[in-house]
Design a binder for this molecule. Structure first.
Ligand SMILES: [Zn+2]
Length: 415
């Protein structure tokens, strides 16, 4: 992609954007050598792995641009890697989905948010302010920083209103990766349940406050809402040489630029020019540091793949307290299984997927010493996995809430 700038006005070409002719393949490694081939491939900027699992005989998913397809198929053939074509033309699929979905709208002044569509970052912030105004004794909004493009990042703290300071807490964030729209939607539903369905959930708030940051990468999120040709954007929007954005979830200063992070500015896992180069990661860091003594669980919501993961993300070694982490994750696993029959995979992040150094979950666990740190990868649906139709939102966020609620209770009973 080229950029042409006169004074401060830049025009970006859309050549090569829009995913026309891009294909999605399912690939399955049945031995560790094949797994290594896929891992090496994932380091190349052209291959966008939506899911990359280390588990043998499980499906990974990768999007390949038109100019790489013959090379890609040749590599799979040489290494005997089982594969199947899932989508022959991603551009067409995304455009169709964007068309059928209610289009991104102009600002909606109605503060009540439902599960009927995806909301803009402004609408989400507005909802937080609305709740704080509606329940002034137990819900609190706080501006915690700005994104690169100067969007306001807000947390919402939900309490039971008893006024006790320094209670233990649970922290949840969403939307670190721009294209994972179901993540902010699920986090919004958590806010809705804790704030507006207070009576049914008061046991969750008796001795704990819940602090929530719904959209970490608000710039990227809004970018993906602009058009179908931007729908699969993942990173922040900071301009770097040749390409935009860093992966905010590789930008944390804990084993920064280790395995699973890239120094190539055009890679989907570009870790940034330095740790905490991204303002969004710095804001999240500062929130975590400010609550570290009280906070007992950090949860970060991503999509897609149906995984409940815990540290480490930087190494396949397991932390000493792995039994505690596993116990909490299993509470979520069992609750979801009993409620809907959906089966999540539970394990350490590196062992279920691959290394992802410099991630927020490792930082929360390894630096701010929050004892439970969970990554939840929500189920994929829609044409490419990141785009559940709006008719699916209600079902997905309610299922997710069942899991989050159970993990919250497990933590509350444990600490
Ligand atoms: Zn993600």
């Amino acid at each position: 992609m080229w950029r042409y700038c006169i004074l401060s006005l830049c025009i970006s070409s859309v050549i090569g954007q829009g995913y026309d002719g891009y294909k999605i393949y399912h690939v399955i490694a049945s031995n560790s050598l094949q797994g290594k081939v896929l891992f090496e491939l994932s380091k190349q900027e052209h291959y966008d792995f939506f899911i990359l699992t280390k588990l043998l005989n499980q499906t990974s998913s990768v999007m390949v641009p038109p100019e790489k397809i013959s090379e890609f198929k040749q590599l799979l053939k040489e290494n005997g890697i089982t594969h199947s074509l899932l989508k022959a033309n991603v551009g067409y699929e995304i455009k169709k989905q964007f068309y059928y979905m209610e289009r991104p709208r102009s600002y909606d002044p109605t503060p009540k948010l439902g599960t009927d569509r995806y909301y803009s970052h402004d609408e989400i912030n507005n909802y937080i302010d609305y709740l704080a105004g509606q329940y002034p004794n137990r819900v609190f909004a706080k501006n915690v920083g700005k994104t690169y493009e100067n969007r306001t990042m807000k947390t919402i703290t939900i309490t039971n209103g008893d006024g006790r300071a320094n209670k233990k807490s649970i922290f949840i964030d969403g939307g670190i990766h721009a294209r994972e729209w179901i993540s902010p939607a699920a986090v919004l539903y958590v806010i809705n349940q804790l704030a507006e369905n207070f009576t049914e959930n008061k046991e969750l708030l008796q001795n704990y406050d819940w602090i929530i940051l719904p959209v970490v990468n608000a710039d990227g999120y809004e970018y993906t809402r602009e058009s179908s040709s931007k729908r699969l954007w993942r990173k922040t929007r900071t301009p770097y040489t040749n390409c935009y954005g860093a992966d905010a979830n590789r930008n944390f200063d804990f084993h920064w630029m280790g395995k699973g992070a890239s120094s190539n500015t055009c890679s989907e896992t570009y870790a940034g020019p330095s740790a905490f180069s991204e303002p969004e990661a710095r804001v999240l860091r500062d929130v975590l540091i400010s609550i570290k003594d009280q906070c007992k669980m950090y949860m970060t919501i991503h999509s897609y793949g149906k995984y409940l993961l815990y540290p480490w993300s930087w190494t396949s070694d397991l932390p000493e307290t792995v039994d505690d982490l596993h116990e909490v994750a299993m509470a979520g696993y069992n609750a979801i299984l009993n409620e809907t029959g959906t089966v999540y995979t539970v394990g350490s992040s590196t062992n279920a997927l691959y290394e992802a150094s410099g991630s927020s979950d490792d930082y929360a666990f390894g630096v701010t010493n929050i004892p439970i740190s969970i990554i939840m990868e929500l189920p994929g649906s829609g044409s490419v996995g990141f785009d559940p139709p709006e008719s699916n939102i209600d079902r997905l966020v309610k299922e997710t809430w069942v899991g989050i609620r159970a993990m919250g209770l497990a933590v509350i009973n444990k600490y």
